[in-house]
Write a protein that binds this ligand. Structure first.
Ligand code: HEM
Length: 510
């Protein structure tokens, strides 16, 4: 029987049978190819591949449910370097301190962050900034951002953080009276958003925030989904709302810039980031266009907001579940800051709260919001890694078809660097000594290398202020029968599984 006979017989079948047969044959062939490529046709020069049964899906579900469990389990089997299939593409993860260094210190000729993050972020942030411009231009933009995040600039932020906290807690329905229950993720989300936007972007943003910006940011935020990471550009309702929200927010910033330009620098009340960018030039002498300033403001607020609210929420859960640490925090800030927080809380005094700092550090160790960092591979890479089966070094080639992955949370949660790593124990930092800050460190919640976070000092100050204010005014308790929630890894940024609530009781004034 030749192909024509086969086709004739097939077309003679009932439609239902044809509809069943075609995908079954396709899937069957893909399945056979998938299994054969993992067993009989293994490419020994590439890193070992985590076995999976289903083509395209590969290890997506296993990894997606709990990336850390997945990494730790496979690290035992394959060593620090192995590949896995995620949404149809091979991803090669490089773990351990050498793996951290390999990914974070890779050169522009070797890897690209933009090629990976562009699809998700450009519709949210907008054109010509961040991953929609050359790496050199991104570095210049980060330099402009850093100026407003320098220690001397941060000093002005503490009163703004405090006033935003006070305003929120005075007006939020769930914080009226002397005790109650609150949605931690939502409340911390509003607090971090208001305080970051107010501090970084100035008075007009502060005035707009409670009206238009909050709802619009929410629409941008909702599009921050894994599906948009892997399949950007789908015509989903959430993406339509994102595009509308982007236009409107960008317009709000552009209007602010326009009116500032009309009023001139004489109208400058505070030296915020928008002013800084309006007055800056790129290296080639060109000024920063208004739409780029607007888009950088959106990008910055999104980048900071996601991470800070997640860490802030985790801190409150840990603290609520450790009444001893909660009391120590209360005593520490009472002793150092005294009775009048508005008068005593400054950048310097907030930095003198050692336990507050250790609480943030320890939470970042266990609950770093970015669990996986990715880069597109631009040229074949070579890596040497210990094979636990033979206890010998092996050298692998990582081809350009792979995505390179770093998960510095693996070293941060490893027994070899942090004894009893599952335990949330802020006091461990008292005896840790100096933790290396370079790309081969075992503790890198803010990344390293050219894409390192610019917001670390800001985040510490913001989170320290939130913790000091909250423990001064309230006592927190877990809901009956609940402890620290499990982690939801299905969102792009890890956060507590919802609903995530705590009980609070108002404290007597110090
Ligand atoms: C607890 C809070 C935060 C954490 C844990 C965090 C974490 C990170 C990490 C891991 C990266 C590197 C990503 C990569 O290599 O692919 C990063 C980059 C970055 N973060 Fe943060 N971040 C935080 C807060 C902030 C804040 C408050 C801001 C802004 C005010 C900010 C702005 C940025 C920017 C602009 C980048 C650079 C992106 C790049 O160069 O590709 N972050 N952050």
């Amino acid at each position: 029987m030749d192909a024509t006979d086969l086709l004739k017989q097939f077309t003679a079948l009932p439609l239902l049978a044809q509809v069943v047969i075609v995908p079954t044959v396709f899937f069957g062939l893909a399945f056979v190819k998938h299994i054969v490529s993992q067993t009989l046709l293994v490419n020994k020069s590439e890193p070992p591949l985590v076995f999976s049964w289903v083509p395209f899906v590969g290890s997506t579900i296993d990894y997606g449910m709990d990336p850390f469990k997945f990494f730790f389990r496979n690290r035992k089997r394959y060593g620090d370097t192995f590949s896995f299939i995620l949404v149809g593409r091979k991803h090669t993860v490089c773990l351990g301190t050498e793996g951290n260094n390999f990914v974070f210190n890779s050169t522009l000729a070797e890897t690209s962050a933009a090629d990976i993050y562009r699809g998700l972020t450009v519709p949210i942030f907008g054109k010509d900034v961040c991953y929609d411009c050359s790496p050199a231009k991104l570095m210049e933009q980060k330099k402009l951002m850093k100026y407003s995040l320098m220690p001397d600039k941060l000093a002005a932020f503490v009163p703004i953080f405090l006033s935003e906290l006070q305003h929120y807690l005075d007006t939020a329905k769930s914080f009226q009276g002397n005790e109650g229950v609150f949605d931690v993720v939502e409340s911390v989300g509003v607090i971090t958003m208001y305080s970051a936007a107010s501090a970084l972007q100035g008075r007009e943003v502060r005035d707009n925030l409670r009206k238009d910006l909050t709802a619009l940011y929410h629409d941008l935020d909702k599009s921050f989904l894994p599906i948009n990471f892997y399949m950007p550009g789908l015509p989903l309702p959430v993406n339509r709302r994102r595009d509308e929200a982007h236009q409107k927010i960008a317009q709000i910033y552009k209007d602010i810039i326009k009116s500032r330009r009309q009023l001139g620098p004489g109208s400058k009340g505070e030296d915020d980031m928008i002013w800084k960018m309006m007055e800056s030039n790129y290296k080639d002498g060109s000024s920063v266009p208004d739409h780029e300033i607007a888009n950088m403001m959106i990008g910055l607020l999104m980048a900071g907001q996601h991470n800070s609210y997640s860490v802030g929420a985790w801190i409150l859960f840990h603290v609520a579940n450790r009444p001893d640490i909660q009391e120590e925090l209360y005593q520490e800030q009472a002793a150092i800051l005294g009775t009048d927080l508005n008068a005593s809380a400054t950048r310097d005094s907030m930095n003198q709260l050692p336990l507050h700092k250790m609480v943030v550090r320890e939470t970042l160790r266990i609950n770093a919001p970015i669990h996986t960092v990715m880069r597109a591979v631009k040229s074949n890479l070579t890596i040497t890694s210990r094979d636990p089966k033979t206890d010998s070094d092996k050298t692998y080639t990582i081809p350009t078809s792979h995505v390179l992955v770093s998960a510095p949370g693996v070293t941060a949660q490893s027994e070899e660097y942090f004894p009893n790593p599952e335990k949330w124990d802020p006091h461990r930092w008292e005896t840790m000594g100096d933790v290396p800050e370079n790309a081969s460190s075992y503790y890198l919640p803010f990344g390293a290398g050219r894409h390192r976070c610019v917001g670390e000092n800001f985040a510490y100050l913001q989170l320290n202020t939130i913790v000091a204010f909250m423990v001064r005014n309230y006592k927190f308790y877990p809901m009956l029968g609940e402890g620290v929630p499990a982690t939801d890894y299905t969102a792009m940024i890890t956060r507590p599984v919802l609903p995530a609530r705590l009980r609070w009781e108002r404290r007597a004034k110090i």
